[in-house]
Design a protein around this ligand. Structure first.
Ligand code: ADA
Length: 553
């Protein structure tokens, strides 16, 4: 499955994954061996490759002709793509899509090779040994399209409400390979049509901007997640020769004082942080597993998911759009030190994933906030410059959403003047014994009196405790399920009864694998703070979370 809705009726599109490919490891004692594997997948799930850190080549063959557009939705973590032996694309970062176009391919069978590499090195500033796994593989779908001499790259819809009426800003990008005749772009939404007059396009990317007004459309909200499609077509005269359909919702997010407003109503976040991680699929969760995770998240009474710590699979976001689950989506970074942020590749790689995240996911109504640089060096002047640049980049791409970052810098953070929302990851009664209510009040008081974050919405983006599934203790010792349930209950009670907190994200949805190289004293080489274990089996704290989330409004 590519999306949960059809994105083309005219353009020919075929998913090349969801079938068997050849896999060949390029390093280690099995280098050169050819293994048949299903894709999308991670090699850590292939027998004998659970710890493989290296490169691997994936190969498939397909029939195509003409201008071939190949889109990889995610390759972990560094990709090189070859068509019939010629390199056509390279990409760094597992969590955003990239594409390449090969013009005038002869009709017939073609060979596609994707070399994925999950090694750590100075070349990789974001995928580093960490408290999650950088898997290896073709971890998200690969899509083949046949395009004409120009085609629609994207259509972005930014809805807004004025005097009770919904309007939308439209921004589209049309790539011109070699079209010399006049073409026109037409965008249809909810019965309204925006037609751009025919013109001969420049070579490369052509941008179109316009506005549309609507009558009688229904707003998107968690309670009523009404969705609409934007149907964009390229025309020669009255003949449509290319199309792209994307989906969005009529909703507005704003910050007013210390509140986050959705369509003018204050939002209270009751969320969970979720890694894309599963013992059978690595980070390549199939659609059914994503849907099953969301069913659990809804059963918990959560109304939001934080995509810790990277952009998520767009099909997961589609599911959140359809079920009214709000999403804090963030770029890819976790806990990078000042030294790691000073890696010469960091700024370029972080800005690239930020740009790709916003451009690829800005139509999703469920995404209500953009986060960046989780627990990076926001206590340093150099770090502050990086945060400032990335927040400015987001604002240049999307004016419609608030921005934030999750800090762990207690009373040393110097970046709270940059975002619209102040957010903290805290672990009272786990990493330290300070009672949660006392710790929260102290931290909040410091923000209000000592920082530029005063008066902004204040959110807890991580709070939690470890609990090993099946480890029970009559006296609630650390790592027992009893201790985790007791601690999490006290932590959530403290946050959700704190009047000036707009919400909370539990760390975390499920237990996940962590890097062998990082380890960090994690029992089972896992991060065991899940409300469920890695197989989504509920721990004792599940019921506590459910009671608290269902009761606290
Ligand atoms: C940090 C980090 C998470 C996780 C957590 C923990 O807050 O953002 O990714 O590592 O700590 O489990 O300690």
């Amino acid at each position: 499955m590519i999306r949960t809705f059809r994105t083309h009726f005219i353009r020919k599109q075929e998913e090349l994954t969801e079938k068997l490919w050849d896999f060949t490891p390029l390093h280690g004692e099995r280098a050169g061996e050819r293994i048949t594997v299903h894709t999308p997948s991670c090699w850590e799930n292939y027998p004998g490759f659970g710890l493989y850190r290296g490169a691997g080549r994936y190969t498939t063959r397909f029939y195509g002709a003409g201008n071939l557009r190949i889109e990889c939705k995610g390759v972990s973590h560094t990709a090189a793509v070859y068509l019939d032996g010629e390199k056509i694309a390279e990409h760094y970062n597992a969590y955003t899509a990239f594409s390449a176009v090969v013009r005038g391919a002869a009709a017939g069978e073609h060979t596609l090779d994707i070399v994925a590499d999950n090694r750590f090195s100075a070349e990789s500033a974001l995928h580093v040994p960490n408290d999650y796994i950088s898997y290896g593989g073709v971890s998200r779908p690969v899509v083949l399209e046949e395009v004409e001499n120009c085609y629609i790259e994207y259509v972005h819809v930014t809805p807004y409400c004025r005097e009770g009426k919904w309007r939308a800003k439209i921004r589209a990008c049309v790539a011109n390979l070699d079209e010399r005749e006049p073409v026109s772009l037409v965008v249809r939404i909810a019965g309204e049509t925006l037609r751009f007059s025919a013109a001969v396009l420049s070579s490369g990317n052509n941008y179109f901007t316009g506005e549309m007004a609507f009558e009688g459309v229904r707003a998107w909200s968690p309670a009523e997640p009404a969705l609409y499609t934007a149907d964009a077509r390229l025309m020669k005269g009255e003949i449509a020769f290319d199309d792209l359909i994307d989906r969005f919702g009529f909703r507005e997010v704003a910050v007013e004082g210390q509140k986050i407003l959705l369509n003018g109503e204050p939002v209270r976040i009751r969320g969970v942080c979720r890694h894309e991680d599963h013992p059978q699929f690595g980070c390549a969760l199939p659609f059914s597993a994503m849907a099953a995770d969301l069913a659990i998240i809804r059963d918990l009474g959560a109304n939001s998911v934080r995509t810790a710590h990277y952009p998520n699979d767009e099909r997961f976001l589609d599911l959140c759009d359809e079920q009214g689950i709000l999403v804090w989506e963030e770029n890819h970074a976790r806990g990078l030190s000042l030294e790691q942020m000073q890696n010469s590749n960091f700024e370029r790689q972080a800005e690239q994933v930020t740009r790709e995240m916003v451009e690829q996911h800005c139509n999703h109504p469920s995404v209500y906030i953009w986060g960046i640089l989780n627990e990076c060096a926001s206590d340093s002047p150099f770090g502050k410059e990086c945060y400032k640049k990335q927040f400015a980049l987001i604002r240049s791409l999307d004016e419609s959403r608030p921005r934030s970052f999750a800090s762990c810098k207690f009373k040393t953070d110097i970046c709270f003047g940059l975002p619209e929302v102040v957010s903290y990851n805290i672990y009272p009664q786990w990493y330290h014994e300070t009672p949660a209510a006392e710790y929260l009040a102290d931290l909040y008081g410091w923000v209000q009196t000592q920082t530029e974050g005063a008066g902004k919405p204040f959110m807890i983006t991580e709070i939690g405790a470890g609990g090993i599934y099946g480890f029970r203790s009559a006296y609630g010792t650390k790592w027992s399920e009893e201790n985790q349930a007791k601690t999490l209950r006290e932590q959530l009670d403290a946050v959700l009864s704190f009047p000036d907190c707009v919400g909370v994200y539990i760390w975390q949805f499920c237990d996940i694998r962590v890097s062998e190289e990082w380890w960090g004293g994690r029992p089972r080489t896992m991060n065991n703070k899940g409300v469920t274990d890695e197989y989504r089996r509920p721990k004792l704290c599940y019921q506590a979370v459910k009671e608290i989330y269902k009761d606290k409004k």
